[in-house]
Design a protein around this ligand. Structure first.
Ligand code: BGC
Length: 744
């Protein structure tokens, strides 16, 4: 029985469930903590009882959502966004900002892909780490979400993500692990779904073994809103704070379990102490004042950084200031700046692309506007809208088409079933490109869209993903060359949906999603099968060109130092995002052809060159070894690539690395080949093998490769002679294992 009185016990238990929709109880003598969405702006609601964006929230700076920010490939920029968000959070009295989201964009149809950075865990976690550092530098906590394997919206409260351990560790947990270890978020938010059969909110393996023991997390685990299905089980599993409030019912259930002895008091003590630490952290530092004007300028800068130039035939871009421009498409006047759902922010203001283009043009009269299509959907006026747009395009020197997905086509809460742009928009592009060879397409969308036809029709393509409230200013700056685009794709654009590695296993059925592609997610999967894509992961052009020198490799204590000289060989200043990938062609385990390990961006004036470097840690080179249930660095030759995208390798170098990590022990189930490979057991087994009695080759006689057949036999099944050799086998395995144990 607990030592405390019933009342005191209930009060203590109550600390571990919210006091209201967004607030905790007062903890450790501090005022209640307010938690709020996030991630790309503050959603501090005026009414406190709604979380679907229906009740209004106070205007706050709407930065590019993760799908946009991810395209900047710039963790330092993400940190600056984090600092601004931390300041605004403090301004609204928010103690914990509910982000960032680091789930992997596993399938292009994922409904919340716009809230996530990447299809790659290194890229996503580096961006998220910058963001977390920024927010927390202002005394505001973050909540790394949604932990874990929450990669679809369909049936999200019940769905079970069934994933093999390598994929789970190397891809899906990796994006969390690097942030937890490196940037130390003060809270982690568990997801709604199950992971291999157990709800994330009541999963001791995830919340204790992995998060706390393996990664050293010392913050508080918060539930996603409504993700607690059984408060007693979740508390036992290590979920510290149930949100929103579970009310007295939840408290009484926990009290009853404690009193009955079915829940150990240490579970409660642990949760309370984690929450006390959170309250102390939040209250130990105050933020600098928020400057909404400055933050709008930052939102513009970040948006401009996040735009990807996908095509620029005959240097259609940048535009001359005195060019006659036909701006076409409803998004030019009603820009799509963010996604729908819990992350939806009320912006402080919104830059309108058409206005910004007119501002940058030598004269506003040079810029015409036609709607092209209605955002309200198909109607009788479609043909007329296309006709007007085509006329305007023909009369101009260049047409800039604003295409994309409207808010109703993607949002939290559902997955898309198709990844095409609306047919009406493609028809418009076909008509315009027939009369105007200089056709530029600017794209707004949360999730990836197919671009094969756009690629053949348009002279130039700019991909804005979602750019937040400064996107209008940013696109005008890029169009006219005030900003040289330097964004890079953070998700592959496939030639067709059916090529996606997860196709056939998304969004699952009967409340189960099988991650059948295993570790081959995104570019790893396209590369494995050598599938042609429209635009690869990491791709993006510039108004200048860069030349790569020779990749240098050097082994250092913590990993491999990569270095390379980059030269700007064009006539404009620009930023190149240099991507470092690793590969191990002779690997004994399944591996992607290339895996991103690090990236560095470099800003260069024309003719300027700089040598950049990065250290790729041994940790990031390890794979999860199924035999020993541990991380192992394969020894031998490794290849490293300096690349301009996952499919544009500019320089390759090799280095030999020593193996590190546990060595699997031999057992009587080890195969003959495995035993023969061992330096101790191998020769001993060879001595036991019967010498051929004549010069007849048994393999030849049987028409088979006898060695290959015998080699795959477990040693326990190997019959050498009439005698039983079990004892000899056991002793040679013992000899091998005592040597192996020393390496462990
Ligand atoms: C979302 C979270 C969000 C929370 C609070 C949930 O539905 O999954 O991302 O932070 O609501 O609004």
């Amino acid at each position: 029985m607990p030592q405390t009185s019933d009342h005191a016990l209930s009060a203590r238990v109550a600390l571990t469930t919210g006091a209201s929709f967004w607030h905790t109880q007062p903890i450790a003598g501090f005022a209640p903590l307010m938690l709020a969405d996030g991630p790309h702006g503050i959603r501090a609601q005026i009414a406190s009882s709604d979380h679907l964006g229906i009740a209004p929230s106070q205007p706050a700076t709407c930065f590019p959502p993760a799908s946009g920010l991810g395209q900047s490939w710039d963790p330092e920029l993400a940190k600056r966004v984090g600092i601004a968000l931390g300041q605004e959070a403090a301004f609204f009295g928010v103690s914990v900002l509910l982000g960032p989201g680091v789930n992997i964009r596993r399938d292009p149809r994922g409904g919340r892909n716009f809230e996530y950075f990447s299809e790659d865990p290194i890229h996503g976690s580096d961006l998220a780490s910058g963001w977390v550092r920024g927010v927390q530098s202002q005394g505001v906590g973050t909540s790394l979400k949604h932990f874990a394997a929450n990669n679809a919206e369909t049936d999200r409260m019940r769905s079970d993500s069934v994933i093999d351990e390598r994929a789970l560790r190397e891809i899906y947990l990796k994006s969390f692990e690097r942030v937890v270890k490196g940037a130390k978020p003060w809270t982690v938010m568990c997801s709604y779904n199950k992971v291999n059969g157990t709800s994330a909110s009541q999963n001791p393996w995830l919340l204790q073994e992995i998060l706390r023991k393996d990664w050293g997390f010392d913050g508080a685990v918060v539930s996603d809103w409504g993700a607690v299905y059984n408060r007693v089980e979740s508390l036992r599993a290590g979920l510290d704070l149930e949100m929103p409030s579970g009310g007295d019912r939840s408290v009484q259930k926990v009290v009853a379990a404690l009193e009955a002895g079915s829940l150990d008091i240490s579970s409660l003590d642990q949760a309370v102490s984690n929450l006390e630490r959170l309250a102390t952290r939040v209250n130990s530092k105050s933020a600098e004042p928020a400057d909404f004007e400055a933050n709008h300028l930052l939102a513009r800068e970040v948006a401009a950084r996040s735009i990807v130039l996908l095509k620029n035939q005959n240097n259609v871009l940048p535009l001359r200031q005195d060019a006659r421009v036909a701006v076409i498409g409803a998004f030019a006047t009603a820009p799509r700046i963010q996604g729908g759902g819990s992350s939806h922010v009320v912006p402080t203001r919104v830059d309108i692309p058409l206005d910004e283009i007119r501002n940058r043009s030598a004269s506003g009269d040079l810029v015409s506007y036609s709607e092209g299509f209605s955002l309200a959907g198909a109607s009788d006026s479609d043909a007329l809208l296309v006709e007007q747009a085509t006329k305007a395009a023909a009369a101009a020197e260049v047409a800039v088409l604003f295409l994309g997905l409207s808010a109703s086509e993607e949002s939290e809460g559902f997955d898309r079933t198709s990844i095409t742009l609306p047919e009406r928009q493609i028809a418009l592009l076909r008509a315009v490109s027939l009369v105007q060879p200089n056709t530029v397409v600017f794209l707004s969308h949360g999730g990836t869209v197919l671009l094969a036809e756009v690629e053949t029709l348009a002279g130039a393509i700019l991909d804005g993903a979602l750019l937040g409230q400064g996107g209008g200013h940013a696109v005008a700056a890029v169009l006219f060359g005030a900003v040289n685009p330097s964004g890079r794709l953070s998700e592959t654009v496939p030639a067709k949906l059916e090529d996606a590695p997860s196709y056939g296993n998304f969004p699952g059925e009967f409340s189960q999603v099988l991650y059948g592609e295993s570790i081959f997610v995104g570019y790893r999967g396209y590369d494995l099968k050598d599938i042609a894509v429209t635009f690869p992961f990491g791709f993006g052009l510039s108004y200048t060109q860069f030349q790569y020198g020779e990749l240098g490799l050097q082994k250092v204590d913590s990993g491999v130092r990569v270095s390379i000289e980059i030269r700007n060989v064009g006539d404009r200043a620009g930023r190149e995002v240099v991507q470092f990938y690793s590969g191990k062609p002779d690997s004994k385990v399944r591996r992607a052809v290339r895996e991103l390990k690090s990236f560095v961006s470099v800003q260069l004036e024309p003719a300027e060159s700089k040598t950049i470097e990065a250290v790729i840690s041994f940790e990031d080179l390890k794979h999860w070894d199924i035999l020993t249930s541990s991380w192992v660095l394969e020894g031998g030759d490794w290849e490293f690539y300096a690349a301009a995208s996952s499919r544009d390798v500019r320089s390759t170098a090799q280095i030999n690395l020593p193996r590190s990590g546990l060595v699997p022990l031999l057992t009587m189930s080890s195969t003959v080949f495995e035993v023969l490979e061992d330096p101790i057991a191998g020769p001993l087994l060879m001595n036991l093998l019967p010498k051929p009695s004549s010069d007849v080759d048994a393999g030849e006689v049987l028409g088979i490769d006898l060695a290959a057949i015998m080699g795959s036999f477990p040693i326990s099944s190997m019959v050498l002679t009439q005698q039983d050799h079990t004892k000899e086998f056991e002793s040679l395995i013992k000899a091998a294992n005592s040597a192996r144990a020393e390496i462990r």
